[in-house]
Ligand binder design. Structure first.
Ligand SMILES: NC(=O)c1ccc[n+]([C@@H]2O[C@H](COP(=O)([O-])OP(=O)(O)OC[C@H]3O[C@@H](n4cnc5c(N)ncnc54)[C@H](OP(=O)(O)O)[C@@H]3O)[C@@H](O)[C@H]2O)c1
Length: 229
């Protein structure tokens, strides 16, 4: 079992696989601005390095590194998957051995490619469940960030008016990820078991439908009836 930090020693190193893209780079910026250590991963290490350089310059930080997906995942203790579902399988094959024992955060939802306002869950029930199945029981897979658009994340000085729900079968992994998300100014809630990730991922399709219907960008969700931190 690797020696990963717990909520008692939260000096995490977070790999953002596909951190060159819209959602991953926005999450990277938000983490880095909160003082957390981030490594951008890319299928092309040079692209990862360049993305890190650009993000450091844009966000006036120096702590974002960039490298290949595999190197980023191997060095980090928390690995966040920010790649499209359609391109995920070869990336998971590349990372499978280096993420064992680590927390893996999936941000992807499965949407109908013909109509993204419609959910299209995979046979496993959710993308997050499929990631868990593929990586095996030792990987501590959770879902998070499905329902937040990059534009909101990039407003790094603002507390985001949208909640994050974290689901997965490892209770300690859920607690660690919730604490991490709260550190970047976003309220996060424990949504229970991995099987519940289907609802979080389907919510992405609902929010896209709402964006279209009401001609807005970045519709979000809010949990009510629970005391806030
Ligand atoms: N955009 C949103 O509003 C939003 C909100 C919540 C969650 N998400 C989720 O976040 C994930 C990333 O979304 P995004 O909008 O950031 O996507 P993106 O910009 O299209 O792609 C992110 C990165 O993934 C890699 N990639 C792209 N296509 C790939 C493919 N076919 N196979 C393997 N790698 C590929 C690329 O990195 P390299 O070329 O550097 O390898 C790219 O920079 C998705 O799963 C999405 O569902 C998005």
């Amino acid at each position: 079992m690797p020696n990963y930090p717990t909520t008692e020693s939260p000096n995490h190193l977070i790999a953002i696989i596909g951190g060159t893209g819209k959602e991953g780079s926005a999450i990277a910026a938000r983490f880095a601005k909160a003082g957390l250590r981030v490594i951008i991963g890319s299928r092309d290490a040079t692209k990862g390095e360049n993305a890190a350089r650009e993000l450091n310059a844009r966000w006036n930080v120096t702590t974002i590194e960039g490298t290949s997906n595999r190197d980023a995942a191997a060095r980090a203790d928390i690995v966040l998957l920010a790649v499209p579902y359609a391109g995920m399988r070869p990336i998971l094959e590349d990372l499978r051995d280096v993420v064992q024992g680590k927390i893996v955060i999936n941000v992807a939802s499965s949407l109908d490619p013909e109509r993204k306002s419609r959910a299209k869950p995979p046979a496993a029930g959710s993308v997050t469940a499929e990631v868990q199945q593929f990586l095996g029981e030792s990987a501590r897979v959770v879902c998070a960030f499905q329902n937040i658009a990059p534009e909101k994340l990039e407003a790094v000085d603002e507390k985001i008016d949208t909640d994050v729900i974290v689901c997965g079968d490892d209770k300690d992994a859920r607690a660690t990820v919730i604490e991490l998300i709260r550190r970047i100014g976003i309220e996060a809630f424990d949504g229970g078991a991995l099987v519940n990730a289907v609802a979080v991922e389907a919510m992405t399709a609902i929010l896209i439908a709402i964006n279209i219907k009401y001609k807005v960008r970045g519709a979000g969700i809010r949990i009510t009836g629970v005391p806030r931190g």
